[in-house]
Design a protein around this ligand. Structure first.
Ligand code: HIF
Length: 296
């Protein structure tokens, strides 16, 4: 099947923009969960075996979609389903990744370069094993183990982490609860600023899960409900502060929003391309077994 034209992709982009506004969902935007969908589709990549990655859209199958690490992402896939039906020319793998870059830009973030041409697996025979996505209860060693496996370095790990400026944790999905910043549908470097600025206290949820919490006492005294002003960090977020090599980049990104945006755009684009080899002249994907086998 031929690739969508630039004009067709613009129609898809416009449709994604339209669906971002979701007054009854979370903080009013589908954007954050769409970003998480793209990241979890790509973040299964393993440089050694060249398996995993966004190609194939494997989360449509239980083996990958039902991984507890992907809990909640059915909402993101459901948001995009009408667009897939309206524009059948785009593959799921392209749609999920394209939707994330549209969402990031619409939420005030940088333009993340995006290239298409991904195909969709026709069955579940090529899915990556479970267990390749990060465990938020861990520390710096775990982050390096997971992200080095994808081919990222320390600077890239920290730049990516700025995406936790978006969205929230849901008790019924990951077990963690709350948002990282006050305005979780606006992309900025606020996550790094808050990470540095506050005295984050360990908090044990009723479920026994441990996360970190900061409550703006002045806002509470002024009558704001605690749930509204409480912010959170995951143990993996706190690891960026505790590890001196990561901390250097937290400092830089907290001080320099433009630098963060530039580095984030580059590293998120790299994430979405993991596992795809392209012909430098045409941009066509040249290592896709799906294409060899004759399906899109
Ligand atoms: Fe997340 N992430 N992420 N993440 N993430 C959650 C939510 C979001 C990790 C754990 C969690 C990245 C890295 C890591 C987003 C984007 C990115 C949640 C809460 C957890 C537990 C899920 C829920 O309960 O709904 C860990 C351990 C990571 C390794 C550092 C990326 C860099 C920050 C790669 C990334 O882009 C987004 C967006 C959300 C919010 C989703 C939402 O539904 O609002």
């Amino acid at each position: 099947m031929s690739q969508p034209t630039a004009a067709q992709l613009d129609e898809v982009r416009a449709a994604v923009k339209k669906l971002l506004h979701q007054p009854d969902y979370d903080d009013g935007s589908a954007g954050p969960v769409l970003v998480r969908l793209a990241w979890h589709s790509a973040g299964t990549y393993d440089v050694e075996t060249k398996t995993g990655g966004s190609n194939g859209a494997g989360m449509r199958w239980e083996a990958e979609g039902g991984d507890p690490a992907n809990a909640g992402l059915q909402h993101a896939r459901a948001f995009l389903e009408p667009i897939k039906r309206q524009f059948p020319f785009i593959t799921y793998a392209d749609l999920w990744t394209l939707a994330s870059v549209v969402a990031i830009q619409e939420m005030g973030g940088p333009v993340v370069p995006w290239k298409g041409g991904r195909t969709d697996f026709v069955d579940d025979s090529k899915l990556p094993p479970r267990g390749r996505l990060p465990d938020a209860a861990q520390g710096a060693d775990h982050l390096r183990w997971i992200f080095y496996r994808m081919g990222f370095n320390d600077q890239e790990i920290v730049a990516l982490s700025g995406a936790h400026n978006l969205g929230r944790c849901h008790g019924d999905r990951s077990g963690f609860e709350g948002k990282w910043v006050n305005n979780p549908t606006r992309f900025s470097n606020q996550y790094f600023k808050l990470l540095k600025a506050h005295d984050w206290k360990k908090k044990t949820l009723a479920s026994g899960i441990e996360q970190f919490s900061y409550i703006d006492k002045e806002a509470v005294a002024a009558g704001e409900p605690v749930e509204e002003v409480e912010l959170m960090m995951l143990p993996t977020d706190m690891a960026l502060l505790a590890d001196p090599k990561f901390k250097t980049w937290v400092d830089k990104y907290a001080d320099d929003k433009d630098l963060f945006f530039e580095h984030f755009a580059a590293v998120f684009a790299k994430l979405l391309e993991l596992g795809l080899e392209r012909d430098p002249a045409t941009g066509k994907i040249i290592n896709d077994d799906n294409l060899k086998e004759g399906y899109r």
